[in-house]
Design a protein around this ligand. Structure first.
Ligand SMILES: Cc1cc2nc3c(=O)[nH]c(=O)nc-3n(C[C@H](O)[C@H](O)[C@H](O)COP(=O)(O)OP(=O)(O)OC[C@H]3O[C@@H](n4cnc5c(N)ncnc54)[C@H](O)[C@@H]3O)c2cc1C
Length: 397
């Protein structure tokens, strides 16, 4: 009997790979390990509709419970894979059980970045990555008056929008001179800064956090300029790091993520990786990139399932992403790093526009606000543009 295909990580990439293996006709044993307590679920609503309480748990789940039996996918939740033995082609669970594999997929995702900050372990200080995080946040958020968010990236700004909508006094502290600086142009940052300020959010830009204050529970945030901001809830929204420990300990090549080729193969025979945890070569951008997006998790998972079954389709996506803040939907197609000019189309003041990023004559990326048609058109246009060999674009997460 052939050994099973094992998938480590029951998130967006893990479930899509399992489903695709079955759709492509794989009829051997298939086990999906997840160390969380839930059915595989989507994370984007955790900082949007689900956080607001506008979406129930059932809709968060990527597949209903019945799916796993119907598709013969053995889902093992609350089960952590502790190590891999590539030579023996086996894994060990945290309880010591060993299991052989024919192929192994690492879809371990990212975890919230932790920063060395005095007071970061006080009660009332949270990160936002999992359903368990949201459960804990909700309890404190309900009674909180002052909410302080460290980090003006997508998750921080989405959380700010939800907290402001709940009537909280919200402050965002950002080290850079504008929000979402790593991935969007000043025009987009300015638009969203204005929007947040119009909803009463205070933005403290170019600010360094000295420490969080409080005895057992957080009561404030001390900034580098000497000011103190009262806080009943602090969200650490300072980015995410790929979960690569299993791969590293097994001797696999790891850079800014588990290193895979265009077919999602790692440096060890029979071991593959997909989703947020991977760094992959992009012919389109002429460099290796790591993405944190639903698009990447789904599309790379489809490729990896094919690779496991002997197909040779290379992965080279046009990345896309979205962020919802108040009634503004930001959609991003392509990666804009390295652009030398932008062009605005539509009505900026009315909040319905597209911002195109160019390098010379070449269209690199398009950000749209409340313009879904233009976003879809941009994805089509970018897909028709050939691979980029100048390697000037950075990956945006
Ligand atoms: C709050 C939030 C909002 C987001 N919003 C957007 C958005 O608007 N648009 C967008 O495109 N993307 C968004 N994202 C990103 C998107 O959710 C991720 O890119 C996507 O979930 C990646 O899927 P993945 O399967 O690679 O990893 P994950 O979904 O993180 O799944 C990995 C799973 O593996 C498990 N795991 C790790 N190690 C082990 C182990 N050793 N044993 C067993 N299990 C293990 C983890 O616990 C986790 O459950 C958001 C993310 C967050 C957190």
């Amino acid at each position: 009997m052939t050994d099973p295909i094992l998938i480590v990580g029951a998130g967006q990439a893990g479930i899509k790979a399992a489903e695709t293996l079955r759709q492509k006709g794989y009829d051997g044993d298939l086990v999906l390990f997840g160390d969380e307590a839930f059915l595989p679920y989507q994370r984007p609503p955790l900082s949007k509709a689900y956080l607001k309480g506008e979406m129930d748990e059932e809709r968060l789940f990527l597949r209903p419970e019945a799916y796993f039996e119907t598709a013969s996918v053995e889902l093992r939740t609350r089960t952590s894979v502790a190590s891999i033995d590539p030579a023996a082609r086996s894994i060990a669970l945290s309880n010591g059980t060993r299991m052989p594999y024919s192929s192994l997929l690492l879809a371990t995702g990212t975890r919230a970045r932790q920063i060395p900050l005095e007071g970061a372990t006080l009660d009332g200080v949270f990160s936002l990555r999992t359903m368990a995080d949201v459960a804990a946040i909700r309890e404190t958020l309900a009674g909180a008056e002052n909410v302080v968010i460290l980090g003006g990236g997508y998750i921080g700004m989405e959380f700010a929008a939800v907290a402001a909508g709940l009537g909280k006094t919200v402050t965002v502290i950002e080290a850079c001179h504008r929000v979402m600086e790593r991935s969007v142009a000043p025009e987009i940052s300015t638009y969203f800064q204005k929007l947040h300020r119009a909803h009463g959010v205070t933005l403290r830009l170019e600010q360094k956090v000295e420490r969080l204050t409080g005895d057992t529970t957080v009561t404030g945030v001390a900034l580098g300029d000497g000011s103190q901001i009262p806080a009943d809830l602090v969200l650490l929204a300072v980015g995410a790091v790929p979960v690569t420990g299993l791969a590293e300990n097994a001797g696999l090549a790891v850079g800014n993520g588990i290193a895979v080729d265009a077919y999602a193969r790692t440096s060890a025979p029979g071991i593959y990786a997909a989703g947020d945890c991977t760094e992959f070569p992009s012919a389109r951008y002429g460099r290796t990139i790591r993405l944190e997006s639903v698009q990447n998790a789904i599309d790379q998972a489809r490729i990896v399932a094919g690779s496991m079954l002997g197909e040779t389709t290379a992965y080279d996506p046009v990345p896309w992403f979205w962020s919802d803040q108040y009634d503004a939907k930001l959609q991003i197609a392509g990666l804009s790093s390295g652009y030398d000019r932008t062009e605005l189309e539509g009505d900026y003041d009315e909040g319905r526009f597209a911002l195109k990023y160019f390098l010379g004559d070449r269209l690199l990326a398009v950000d749209t606000v409340n313009a879904p048609r233009e976003h879809m058109m941009a994805r089509k246009t970018l897909a028709q543009t050939g691979p980029d060999s100048n390697g000037t674009r950075e990956a945006a997460a």
